[in-house]
Ligand binder design. Structure first.
Ligand code: PEP
Ligand code: MN
Length: 352
């Protein structure tokens, strides 16, 4: 259920509606808008009886949200969500002369690039400096790696997080890194500017409930066999717990196809935009599994309306400890950046 307040409703009237919702043992989610406040209601198993709310002063109307995901739906939140990632270097968020961070959402096209894994400090530093010099402000790199084989490189774990923290501090680059289990949540949260939830954990509900309590935005990768509804329901877990800063990421799904590692489902972008207000990035690296295919699928993602890319870049892809075959080297990333800039201009998108 969505309570739409009148445009002239006072703060007290909004507060009274919030109280009334709590008295019904439901959870209110206030969403201030440009002209009026709306209040989403979650926590009900059956339909909410609208009568107690619609008579309250300042209430314009009550709208039933028909989708099973509520907070993630465009029915509940008509405007696109922009997720702001504060600049990593800025310690004081109230400082007046701070430079705004990166804003992820439809007018922009945000690049998050970096190696699959943190391997050592030198390669992380080199990558961060390379990216910063090109205006890319967010670096991806996994300290905890979900690997199919228990014998494959599992990531450096906490030592990898320490490397990311030092490079973040030194260069000011924002960090996107994966959280695999609740045990490491505090440690990952401290270093990450965006917490990545991997494809294998899209429906790890205890993990989703944990990141719902985090103050950091969540990059939620699509499960490799998840429907759009299942994916948005996973986003709903995070939002229902109070973290509204969710960024979706399409990374390819399992099909019969054997020409690529996964089938990058770019056809999911328009329905995501139709059904949800959340931003969506595309990961063409895991989506294809082959570096030669990454540039064309990156350009296609921009053309199809994605809000950015999560892309694997490594100083020496052929020496990489994980996912080297799908990682671009610096020269290939430079070339791709040029092509993206050319395409972004007529599409009126700003690469950030
Ligand atoms: C990754 O980003 O390196 C990764 C493991 O991704 P996914 O969860 O999509 O496989
Ligand atoms: Mn990878």
């Amino acid at each position: 259920m969505l309570v739409v307040m009148q445009s002239h409703a006072t703060e007290e009237e909004v507060a009274r509606v919030l109280e009334a919702i709590k008295r019904m043992e439901l959870t209110p989610h206030p969403m201030p808008g440009a002209t009026r406040t709306a209040i989403g209601i979650t926590g009900n198993v059956g339909a909410v009886d609208p009568r107690t709310l619609e008579v309250l002063p300042g209430v314009m109307e009550l709208i039933r949200v028909t989708k099973p995901y509520k907070l993630a739906s465009r029915e509940m939140h008509e405007d696109d969500t922009y997720v702001e990632i504060p600049n990593a270097k800025i310690q004081d968020p109230n400082s007046k002369n701070q430079k705004a961070g990166t804003i992820i959402g439809p007018k922009n096209f945000t690049l998050i690039a970096g190696p699959c894994s943190v391997e050592n400090e030198e390669m992380i530093s080199r990558t961060a400096e390379f990216l910063k010099a090109r205006g890319v402000n967010l670096m991806r790199a996994g300290a905890f790696k979900p690997r199919t084989s228990p014998y494959a490189f599992q990531g450096l774990g906490r030592a990898g997080l320490d490397i990311l923290a030092r490079v973040r501090e030194r260069t000011g680059i924002g960090i996107v890194t994966e959280l695999m289990d609740t045990d490491n949540a505090d440690a990952v949260e401290e270093v990450a500017d965006i917490i990545q939830i991997g494809t294998r954990n899209m429906q790890n509900f205890s993990l989703l409930r944990r990141v719902a309590k985090s103050g950091k935005p969540v990059l939620l990768k699509r499960g490799m066999s998840a429907t759009l509804e299942e994916w948005l329901m996973a986003a709903e877990y995070v939002m229902a717990g109070g973290n509204y800063r969710v960024i979706l990421c399409e990374r390819g799904v399992r099909t019969f196809s054997d020409h690529s590692r996964n089938t990058l489902d770019l056809s999911v972008i328009p329905p995501v935009k139709h059904l949800s207000h959340l931003p969506i990035l595309v990961d063409p690296s895991h989506g294809t599994g082959k570096r030669d295919y990454v540039p064309s699928m990156s350009l296609a993602s921009l053309a199809a309306g994605a809000d950015g890319l999560l892309i694997e870049v490594h100083p020496e892809p052929n020496q990489a400890l994980s996912d080297g075959a799908q990682s671009l080297d610096f020269a290939a990333f430079d070339q791709l950046l040029q092509s993206l800039r050319r395409l972004a201009e007529p599409l009126k998108r700003v690469i950030n």
